[in-house]
Ligand binder design. Sequence first.
Ligand code: ZN
Length: 156
Amino acid sequence: MSQKIISFHYTLTGPDGKTLDSSADGEPLTFLEGVGQVIPGLETELSGMKVGDKKHIKVKAKDAYGEKHPDNIVEVPLSQMPTRGIKAGDRFRAGQDSHSPVVTALKVTETHVTLDGNHPLAGMDLAFDVEITEVREATKDELAHGHAHGPGGHHH
Ligand code: ZN
């Protein structure tokens, strides 16, 4: 099956209609089809759209960032945290490298911090207003690397 590189502008709104994220002020998002770079509920809809097409896409939580898992919420002694002065609402990476999952501090007491490893958008039904800006065949290199190159993709 031939895989495509798709670029699109988007505005993401949450269940309460508030804008959570948008590409309007920057480059469109570019991704390689079929490798899970965008959430499944969005990828299904984007595949088959043409340049200039616009669509309002509703994605249920389970097809977006999944439901919240209680198992991903843990209490950690502050003494085990690498940083001091953690406040509720802080977000940081759980490990050293840039691929470590992002966790959110839910609650901080004198001794412990409650960390939520769920994606910040987990459990939310989302809506995307999208506009396709480019569709092209993926190059051999892109298929081998498993990601898009060029504007909006990887530069290396
Ligand atoms: Zn590459």
